[in-house]
Design a protein around this ligand. Structure first.
Ligand SMILES: C[S@@+](CC[C@H](N)C(=O)[O-])C[C@H]1O[C@@H](n2cnc3c(N)ncnc32)[C@H](O)[C@@H]1O
Length: 388
């Protein structure tokens, strides 16, 4: 570990115990597999192993003092503007139900329920982490108890869903495979373990679904490492199978294929976080550190089209929020609030829309199934689909 990162980690005895337990489980699996597991499997264990993985354990992670802050935690306006888009979809005749994936600490659900709670029939949440599901229930019970009875936590996707599916920063937390290209040879990287060095990257296989998917891309052929996210493709296919009639809204950081697999990104987009600091390696302390990779939006859109969804739009988070009425909302707040209150909200909004913060790097993508209207408020200007 670099000195920089060693100083950052002051693990409590509880954190030490947790990561040690998880490392024993991962090491056992590596041993059983003959010395190497895929990076996707490592990431799955590190993030989602029941009660120990990063998202499954009860350690604090969201917001100031945690490891990362997401848009709903920055400002209530984020959820309120998403609710406007959803409300428009209801006016198109989409059934008034919502299914949110990976609802984090429940903040987005609360903001949407406070806007649309009276109108909707149910708000489903599909969450992989039992601990986060408990947390979401407590937050909703505290902030909007009148709508708690409409919220239902699901264990799996409904066979047939009518309504609006929503996922903010979920795709970036899905386990990805790693590939390396050298002298035009593509290899999938796996993870090995040794007592001396801890976890290390290892050439794993030259024939696998990830390698085949990488061959379809025009990757630079010298000393290039990147991610292929097969689980996100599977996720999109399963959403399409479940959605009978309605809409899907996905929000996350990422780019189209040509930018994602640009020669300059020769170490890919994979990164680890601890206490809002980017780590030098994503392999430090499984269960304690967050692991994430940007979204290759081209592969999401092409998978969606192949699985029968209609593409509606792709734009930046800034454009989407402005299209949903952000400027008007701010004008109204200016006339209602004191100057310091308004300044506080302006700073929050700046984080959501400024090109140097989340405004450009985060994208919003919309799909539909069996609805006629293909002109949605959020995508009315600032189309970026040319970059896919
Ligand atoms: C970065 S957090 C984002 C949380 C929240 N949406 C927010 O914006 O604050 C990622 C979330 O995605 C969830 N997640 C990842 N893959 C998922 C899947 N396939 N289905 C449902 N939830 C998933 C994780 O458990 C976690 O709650």
């Amino acid at each position: 570990m670099t000195d920089n990162n060693a100083e950052l980690f002051q693990l409590s005895p509880e954190e030490h115990q947790l990561t040690q337990k998880l490392q024993n489980i991962i090491n056992h699996e590596i041993e059983q597999a003959g010395g190497t597991i895929s990076f996707a499997r490592y990431m799955e264990l590190a993030l989602y192993y029941p009660s120990l993985g990063y998202y499954s354990n009860p350690l604090f992670k969201f917001g100031a003092g945690g490891d990362f802050i997401t848009a709903p935690l920055i400002s209530d306006l984020f959820g309120q503007l998403i609710a406007r888009q959803i409300s428009e979809l209801f006016s198109f005749g989409v059934a008034a139900g919502i299914l949110e994936f990976g609802a984090g600490n429940g903040k987005l659900a609360c903001d949407i329920l406070m806007m649309l709670g009276a109108q909707i029939t149910h708000y489903y949440i599909l969450e992989l982490s039992a601990d986060l599901a408990l947390w979401q229930r407590a937050v909703i019970a505290e902030k909007c108890p009148e709508y708690l009875s409409k919220v239902v936590w699901l264990e799996s996707l409904p066979e047939r869903f009518n309504g609006v599916m929503l996922a903010n920063e979920v795709l970036d937390a899905q386990p990805c495979n790693l590939v390396r290209v050298n002298n035009q040879e593509i290899t999938e990287l796996g993870i090995g373990y040794s007592l001396d060095f801890g976890y290390f990257y290892h050439d794993y296989r030259s024939n696998s679904p990830a390698v085949n998917a990488a061959r379809e891309l025009n990757l630079p052929y010298l000393n290039y490492q990147t991610e292929i996210n097969l689980s996100s493709r599977g996720f999109i296919r399963s959403l399409s199978e479940s959605l009978e009639r309605g809409a899907i809204l996905l929000i996350d950081y990422g780019y189209g294929e040509s930018e994602y697999y640009h020669p300059q990104k020769n170490r890919g987009t994979l990164r680890g976080f601890y206490r809002q600091q980017v780590l030098d390696s994503v392999l430090y302390y499984p269960g304690i550190c967050d692991i994430t990779a940007s979204v290759d939006w081209s592969s999401i859109v092409s998978t969606a089209l192949d699985s029968g969804l209609e593409f509606i739009g792709y734009t930046t988070q800034a454009n989407f929020l402005l299209n949903c009425g952000l400027a008007k909302q701010m004008q109204q707040l200016k006339s209602e609030l004191s100057e310091p209150e308004y300044l506080k909200i302006s700073n929050q909004i700046n984080k959501l829309v400024s090109p140097n913060e989340m405004g450009e790097s985060f994208k919003v993508c919309g799909f539909s199934k069996n609805i006629e209207q293909d002109e949605w408020l959020g995508f009315s200007s600032g189309d970026r689909s040319y970059s896919l």
